[in-house]
Design a protein around this ligand. Sequence first.
Ligand SMILES: NC(=O)c1ccc[n+]([C@@H]2O[C@H](COP(=O)([O-])OP(=O)(O)OC[C@H]3O[C@@H](n4cnc5c(N)ncnc54)[C@H](OP(=O)(O)O)[C@@H]3O)[C@@H](O)[C@H]2O)c1
Length: 275
Amino acid sequence: MPAVGLGTFQVKEQAGYEAVKAAIKVGYTHIDTASVYRNEAAVGRAIHESNVPRHELFLTTKLAPKDQGAGKAYASLCRSLSELGLDYVDLYLIHWPAASGLKHDDPLNRIRRHESYVELQQGVREGKIKNLGVSNFEIRHLTALLADPAVTHPPSVNQVECHPLYPQIQLREHCRKHGILIQAYSSLGQGKQDLLAHPVVTSTATKRGMTPAQVLLRWALQQGIPVLPKTTNTMRMTENLEALNKELQDEDMHALNGLDESSYRKFAWDPWQVF
Ligand SMILES: NC(=O)c1ccc[n+]([C@@H]2O[C@H](COP(=O)([O-])OP(=O)(O)OC[C@H]3O[C@@H](n4cnc5c(N)ncnc54)[C@H](OP(=O)(O)O)[C@@H]3O)[C@@H](O)[C@H]2O)c1
């Protein structure tokens, strides 16, 4: 998986098409979308028109919570492929551990996501999914999934919110032990100043001749965590991709890893209550 991908959350239709086209032009080879982002057709069109050979691109999409369950998950994969105009996706994720219409503490959530996962393994066998994974899964969700005898292809990726204000230390260690790659989303705190303008981030940026966004992306990359910064601005796309060529020193990593836990915060949705 290319270590820096383009996020496309909230980038709909024409904006999605233009963002993906621009990103591929400046050198991105990894695009992250989802059925719930309602931009798969636009992303697919931009990919086709880029004329970059398919095997040089890494495309991720995700199963929507409304499509979880037996008899629905595989059909949703096929719909996504049709929207994208592709024969396969490089990574397919169960977007969220709960199914639509169920309360977070409903035990049916576990049944629905296991049914979905098991059904999606058919997509792996057929070559429609190169890598099957999950997103927003907590340790208990992964433990139950791995213990299910019907799970023959363990998840290769767990895409979760991860940045210095929500570093996910235990989940990262658990995934490392089980050979599951953690992929970070909302690395820039969804553009909010709490993270981009955090004094440790800005002072590190000044010291190393980097931008705050590059510091945050580098923090993840130097710990082996791929990132998916979202932007529709071509200059920021280049800035974010160039994080690949920057370097933080040990003392910077130490400072970023030592932020006051009482200031930790999440910017996206929180799966901790999902059964
Ligand atoms: N699996 C999941 O449940 C899940 C959840 C959330 C996100 N994701 C994925 O991860 C991607 C990234 O996460 P995200 O969209 O939540 O937020 P993000 O990437 O942390 O932040 C995006 C925000 O940062 C701004 N930005 C981008 N580059 C910047 C830069 N160099 N300097 C300053 N600001 C910059 C963008 O503004 P402009 O666009 O105006 O530049 C946008 O407002 C998503 O797009 C999606 O693909 C997955």
